[in-house]
Ligand binder design. Structure first.
Ligand code: SAM
Length: 297
């Protein structure tokens, strides 16, 4: 739902910024959306309703926040820039279901702070136009928290969105694709042109929809070993899996022998590159390396 008084119209955004003498800080990734239709599309993609609580990262001057407040139960919006607090108190004053929290979202202990504001048994999602300089740490912060977050609908640089949703064998496929696809189903909802922002970023953006899987996409004996193996397979993208494994696990004869056995057990050709391995193959190899090379039970 959009209306004439939306914060996100270009004229109202300019008026608000002038009223408060606000100038954007590039270092905080401040690119404000000035197109209410894009905001309606983001809210539609997020599948929220009046029973859903929403976490927003970086409300800015409140453009997306008000759309979320209209469509959801409660909105908790974390904003790092204290200059925006008086602006938000003004622009969001018509809504009684928004809490703006002044903090760096990466420093927030979600498990401790959220129960004071919402009931964690209710559906909970993240919807945000992310500050692009910390896209990956923010996503990982939400995936790794013990709080059950059902989904994330988030805007990011198109190139990062392509890495997150990439399939094995493609150039964009790497440790980020695997870290996220392990926990979530990932799809690009739509592409957003740079012209809908003030100021305009240098690149186009994309809305990504992440939906939590009931269980991780593959089963591994040890998640830590799995993620360590995945990272090591992409340390030098141009090298074969074999060379990257030697860098990670050591070049001694005994290690070479055990690595060969582990690769055979997982049925993986050492001459392949990391970017060709599926999540299932990484899982098999991780379990084999744990058992044969690292001799874990
Ligand atoms: N939601 C607004 C919109 O769509 O127009 C603004 C989005 S802007 C791309 C990113 C916002 O995140 C800015 O308001 C910025 O101040 C805020 N921000 C940057 N780093 C942050 C952090 N670590 N924690 C919380 N907010 C942050």
């Amino acid at each position: 739902m959009t209306n004439r008084k939306d914060i996100a119209t270009p004229s109202r955004t300019k008026e608000i910024m002038e009223k408060y003498g606000f100038s954007v800080k590039k270092s905080l990734g401040q690119n404000f959306i000035v197109d209410p239709n894009i905001l309606s599309n983001i809210v539609a993609a997020s599948d929220i309703d009046k029973n859903t609580n929403v976490i927003e990262v970086g409300p800015g001057i409140g453009a997306l926040t008000e759309h979320l407040a209209r469509a959801s139960k409660e909105v908790i919006a974390f904003e790092i820039d204290n200059r925006l607090l008086p602006v938000l108190a003004d622009t969001l004053s018509p809504y009684d279901n928004i809490s703006v929290v002044h903090s760096d979202v990466l420093k927030v202990n979600l498990q401790e702070s959220l129960p004071e504001m919402i009931d964690l048994d209710e559906p909970l999602v993240v919807v945000a136009n992310l500050p692009y300089y910390i896209t990956t740490p923010i996503i990982m912060h939400f995936l790794e928290t013990p709080v059950r977050i059902d989904g994330l609908t988030i805007m990011m640089q198109k190139e990062v969105a392509e890495r997150i949703t990439a399939a094995p064998g493609s150039k964009a496929y790497g440790s980020l694709s695997i870290a996220i696809q392990y926990y979530m189903e990932a799809e690009v909802a739509f592409i957003v042109p740079k012209t809908v922002f003030i100021p305009q970023p240098n690149v186009d953006s994309a809305i990504i929809k992440l939906t939590r899987r009931a269980t991780p996409s593959v089963t591994v004996n040890n998640e830590k070993s799995f993620f360590a193996l995945v990272r090591s397979a992409f340390v030098q993208r141009r090298k074969t899996l074999w060379n990257n494994l030697l860098i990670r696990y050591g070049k001694e004869d005994e290690t070479r022998e055990k690595l060969t056995q582990a690769l055979e057990a997982a049925n993986i050709d050492p001459k392949r590159r990391g970017e060709t391995l599926s999540l299932a193959e990484f899982a098999l190899l991780s379990d084999a390396i744990d058992e044969i090379v690292l001799e874990k039970d």
